[in-house]
Design a protein around this ligand. Structure first.
Ligand SMILES: O=P(O)(O)OC[C@H]1O[C@](O)(CO)[C@@H](O)[C@@H]1O
Length: 539
């Protein structure tokens, strides 16, 4: 349950045996206590300058306390004005933690981490007279978040609402958003601790402001982290973070580079989606890393039948065939996984605080936005089956029926590789796209990830380009019925979404990865055709 004490159990005896010497060495090197003391030398000289400005997360359970009162005061003020609907615009580290925190506490938060015009239009269609928009961006330069800000500011104004009174900003000191907030007179700006990276920021203003405004119990969350901090700082083989990092490191050394997450009754909602970014973006670089695979439950393909390339991890009680089980409160698990990921980074020999390959896809999308002809004109599919247009990167076979194309595509994946299904669609209206993950996993026999674009670009996107190069990529794009203007920008949201899909596809192809893009000219019909076609592909 969400309140229980922190624990890591390495259920698999062989894995426990291999992890033990790694754990002993971590204890002897005093890694846990040095990490708590924010020692930037733990990842070698190349990582030192970055680590020196990325380690404040080890003490956030103390330093974030003053935020509790500030957030409660703002919430009370807003409620007194009848404003009780919270919409959060933020990508990756600026929205994944609030989504888990509010989901676990069962309080409503509308998260905008999409460029899908339909999904954004749905959020706009909510009662604006009761809405506050939290604009969260560490860098203050994320195009999706800035687009949401522009769209909502215009919609507030069009409804006769003073937009400035309804926009709250969370950002780093000195960022473009902090300047803008001042210029525009936005209601309040929370400046976050700049010495914490986005994916380690769950217990900073990024995690706490939207969650607290929505009504989650953020004081309890910090208490939970505080209760975990001593045990996580201990140079002891009983330290759960040492155990977890050693187990993941030992498994990786044996060829298990994927970590498959299933919830087994943790009481935490959607923990895997948060852990996914932390692990993928932190470790997936220099051709190595751990690929998180979030599955639907312990019976799902990928977990139930995990092979030697994957470690099944239960979030909650140990259920067969999990090799590791992790229990504990949400606040405790945030801190545990942050410690374990940073320590695993040391075992893998990488810098867990940079994301060197994320920028490439952003750059490619920007180039496409600057050249709208490349996006609109002359984009002829190689093949069409029903409502599905088929596009393939070089070397990807696109002939025949959709089922033939899928069969050939899945067969082209290397042994022990993975399939990444990437849906640039509406997470709510096209929710059935997520059913493709287990279908593809079953048909291919490969570990299969699923991500909503562009959300995953800020999460597993780093791993795809920087991690083990054995993925094949199935992109889904869809027709846009009602596009949305982005005020004072030369593109619409739909065009941005398309540029993001094509831009990332280009970068993946440049890395020599196979990319199959299926464009659904009718989303609902196309998704149904796709499921039918997959069912024709033999397991
Ligand atoms: O908070 P920001 O600066 O908008 O960034 C959002 C996300 O984008 C990334 O930089 C990757 O693109 C993540 O590391 C980060 O959490």
């Amino acid at each position: 349950m969400a309140g229980e004490s922190l624990g890591v159990e390495i259920v698999d005896a062989a894995l426990a045996e291999k992890a033990a010497p790694l754990a002993e060495k971590l204890v002897a090197d005093q890694v846990a206590s040095k990490l708590t003391a924010q020692d930037p030398t733990l990842w070698g000289p190349d990582a030192e300058s970055e680590s020196a400005i990325r380690l404040s997360w080890t003490t956030l359970h103390k330093s974030s306390r003053p935020l509790i009162g500030e957030i409660a005061a703002l919430r009370a003020e807003l409620h007194a004005e009848g404003v009780d609907r919270v919409v959060l615009a933020g990508m990756g580290g600026s929205s994944l933690a609030p989504e888990v925190i509010t989901g676990t506490d069962d309080v409503a938060l509308t998260v905008l981490d999409t460029t899908d015009p339909g999904q954004v239009a749905d959020a706009l269609a909510g009662d604006l007279s009761r809405t506050v928009l939290v604009v969260s961006s560490k860098s203050g330069g994320t195009v999706e978040t800035d687009s949401h800000r522009r769209i909502f500011a215009k919609a507030f104004a069009a409804s006769g609402i003073d937009a400035a009174r309804r926009i709250v900003v969370v950002t780093d000191p000195g960022s473009p958003f902090s300047k803008l907030a001042e210029e525009e007179g936005y209601r309040k700006t929370f400046l976050a601790d700049p010495n914490v990276g986005g994916r380690y920021s769950a217990l900073t203003a990024f995690g706490l402001v939207p969650s607290g405004l929505a009504g989650a119990d953020i004081a309890r969350l910090l208490d939970q982290a505080a209760a975990a901090s001593d045990v996580l700082s201990a140079d002891s083989a009983d330290n759960p973070a040492i155990q977890l990092a050693a187990a993941l490191g030992a498994a990786h050394a044996e060829g298990a580079e994927k970590v498959v997450f299933a919830d087994t009754g943790s009481g935490i909602k959607g923990f895997g989606d948060w852990a996914e970014q932390l692990i993928a973006e932190s470790t997936g670089k220099l051709g190595t890393g751990l690929l998180p695979v979030v599955v639907e439950g312990p019976g799902a393909p990928g977990f139930a039948d995990a092979k030697s390339d994957a470690t099944a991890v239960a979030i909650g009680s140990a259920i067969e065939p999990a090799k590791i089980s992790v229990t504990g409160s949400l606040g405790g698990q945030f801190l545990l996984w942050e410690y374990a990921t940073a320590i695993a980074g040391r075992l893998l020999g990488i810098n867990p605080f940079d994301q060197p390959d994320v920028e490439a896809a952003k750059k490619a999308a920007r180039a496409l936005l600057d050249n709208p002809d490349a996006l609109k004109g002359g984009e002829q599919p190689s093949n069409v089956d029903g409502t599905v247009q088929i596009f393939g990167s070089e070397g990807v076979a696109t002939e025949g029926k959709l089922a033939d194309v899928l069969r050939a595509f899945l067969a082209s994946a290397p042994e022990n590789g993975y399939v990444s299904v990437q849906a640039y669609l509406d997470r709510l209206d096209d929710a059935s796209a997520a059913l493709l993950r287990p279908e593809v996993a079953k048909r291919s026999g490969l570990q299969t990830t699923f991500g909503w674009g562009p959300r995953f670009l800020h999460s597993t996107g780093q791993y795809h380009k920087g991690g083990h190069q054995n993925g094949v990529f199935l992109q889904l794009t869809g027709a846009v019925e009602h596009d949305l203007e982005v005020p004072d920008r030369p593109y619409t949201l739909g065009v941005l979404q398309h540029a993001q899909a094509l831009g990332d596809g280009q970068v993946l192809a440049e890395h020599g990865r196979p990319v199959l893009r299926l464009h659904l000219t009718d989303r609902a019909a196309g998704l149904a055709e796709l499921v039918r076609a997959l069912q024709e592909v033999d397991a």
